[in-house]
Write a protein that binds this ligand. Sequence first.
Ligand SMILES: Nc1nc2c(ncn2[C@@H]2O[C@H](COP(=O)(O)OP(=O)(O)OP(=O)(O)O)[C@@H](O)[C@H]2O)c(=O)[nH]1
Ligand SMILES: *[C@@H]1O[C@H](CO)[C@@H](O)[C@H](O)[C@H]1NC(C)=O
Ligand SMILES: [Mg+2]
Length: 280
Amino acid sequence: MVHYQFYLSLLLVLSITFISPRVSHKESLNIVNDMANEEMRDSENKYSILLPTYNELENLPIIIYLLTKYLDKSGYDYEIIVIDDGSPDGTLEAAKQLQNIYGKDKIILRPREKKLGLGTAYIHGIKHATGNFIIIMDADLSHHPKFISQFIEKQQSEDFDVVSGSRYIGSGGVFGWDFKRKLVSRGANFLTQLLLRPGASDLTGSFRLYKKDVLDKLIKSCVSKGYVFQMEMIIRARELNFTVGEVPITFVDRVYGESKLGGSEIVQFVRAMLYLFATT
Ligand SMILES: Nc1nc2c(ncn2[C@@H]2O[C@H](COP(=O)(O)OP(=O)(O)OP(=O)(O)O)[C@@H](O)[C@H]2O)c(=O)[nH]1
Ligand SMILES: *[C@@H]1O[C@H](CO)[C@@H](O)[C@H](O)[C@H]1NC(C)=O
Ligand SMILES: [Mg+2]
């Protein structure tokens, strides 16, 4: 009986050391190959995240912490480009400290002297981007970094030229807006859908991923600056036959800092929309 148990356990040990290693060796080779493939695929792609900031002292450390957390986990190659327009609250000084924490290769500062507007901030940032993909998002925590990996997966699924975050499809939505703001956003979107038939459900949103060369072309073809810039970009994209994918996102209203949507923005928006309607 003792012998029987002995031989049984010997057989077990032998089978573990000889049979299963061979299988797992082969498997591990496959895994190593897969990993190499994945790394090769990913090493070809680099994502430049543009963060325009104006008085985002409270938000910047949080958004950068979240960005690095999610992107490091997913293993994508990335850089974060902060474009601060001389914020009086000292956003740039905070950004410099964050650069010391996270590294100068990850956090890149491209400040400008004074507040020159969002549209030109993007253009300024893109000039310094080294990635072949550009991600544009707000720094005020309205756009959650957790969606970025979904943007990337969506882009890769059909090789989309643009992937746009949408509050108006699937699980997307808006949190923290009052009725007036919701009405304005919905109204703007509805009117634009009606007049311009853009082929995207969220036109005024600014959480998007672009192929860099596509973004360069889009920017060249855009005439508007500021709030309507995002809308024009997506309309030009359709005009130039670029493909646009959509990912549902939840948009959370800013907690810190002041909202900049006033009457003049609404007037500006309507004027730009009519202009686009007349010219496209
Ligand atoms: N560099 C730069 N960034 C800006 C400028 N204006 C706004 N931003 C930033 O652009 C992003 C979007 O601007 P927001 O003020 O959040 O605009 P919004 O989301 O339409 O409005 P609220 O969130 O309600 O204020 C934020 O990260 C701002 O800090 C600007 O003139 N220059
Ligand atoms: C876009 O596609 C349409 C239809 O296929 C074509 O007529 C048009 O010339 C294309 N536009 C551009 C800018 O390539
Ligand atoms: Mg905002």
